[in-house]
Design a protein around this ligand. Structure first.
Ligand code: 6PG
Length: 242
């Protein structure tokens, strides 16, 4: 389901309201809300909207567990850190217990970080299958999502829950959750904004190019829901408009 909003501000407020609704539903039925945050720049304003009234007081933060879909292999205080962005925009402003902020550990290698995070995830889900209530994802101009980049073996990974990503030509290496974990989510929401994303959004949603060329097209929750919250600039090339 695709919803088109006038601009990033409207998109972000809708995403924040959706977070609050899903949190209330999960906490009502399960006593906790398990969410996977996206990195990059697009979600920042969604996180900021959650840190402000009225939504700040609408969420039972003490019942929320935060995880990340991917991270750059950098220290926690590095400006490139996805967790740092989420702390500045949201987590430093709401009363979520520190023990419920499950960041991707920065170890001496991306592989060690990935292995450590997988251990954290498997322990959190008590050795059973992972099941995130809500997954936020972004869309890169080359069709990547999380850090599942076209042509990387991370996209093909079907056993490991977390893997390292070495991008040729990029100094910064990454850690990403894999498709099997993302596709076990109850609800996956893509947040896409800006003219620069209009071509890849059309190709992702309407093209017939081979699936593996655009990793975002491989996000298909097995028994969950998939939603696209996009702004008008990103949607300008779409045939079918919501
Ligand atoms: C990251 C993200 C990545 C991001 C897209 C879109 O760590 O960079 O996980 O997948 O969502 O690259 O980034 P923007 O929102 O900045 O356009």
């Amino acid at each position: 389901m695709i919803k088109v909003f006038a601009d990033l501000q409207a998109l972000s407020h809708a995403a924040a309201r959706l977070f609050a609704e899903e949190a209330a539903r999960a906490i009502e039925t399960k006593g906790r809300f398990i969410v996977l945050l996206a990195g990059g720049e697009t979600p920042r304003r969604t996180y900021e909207a959650l840190a402000r009234d009225p939504l700040r007081d609408a969420v039972s933060w003490e019942r929320v567990h935060f995880f990340w879909g991917d991270e750059r292999h950098v220290p926690a205080d590095d400006p490139a850190s996805n967790a740092r962005m989420a702390r500045q925009a949201l987590l430093d402003h709401v009363p979520v217990p520190a023990a419920q902020i499950h960041t991707i550990p920065y170890r001496s290698s991306p592989r060690e970080s990935a292995v450590a995070y997988e251990e954290i995830l498997r322990a959190f889900f008590s050795g059973g299958p992972s099941r995130f209530d809500l997954v936020f994802l972004g869309l890169g101009e080359n069709g990547h999502t999380a850090s599942l980049f076209p042509g990387t073996i991370a996209v093909e990974e079907r056993e490991r829950w977390v893997t390292e990503v070495f991008l040729p030509g990029e100094l910064m290496q990454r850690i990403t959750l894999t498709l099997p974990v993302i596709n076990r989510a109850g609800l996956v929401v893509f947040l896409v904004s800006g003219t620069s994303k209009s071509r890849i959004l059309r190709e992702t949603l309407e093209d017939v190019s081979p699936l593996h060329c655009i990793p975002a097209r491989l996000v298909r929750p097995a028994d969950g829901k998939l939603r696209w919250l996009v702004d008008r600039d990103a949607a300008r090339l779409l045939q079918q408009r919501a």
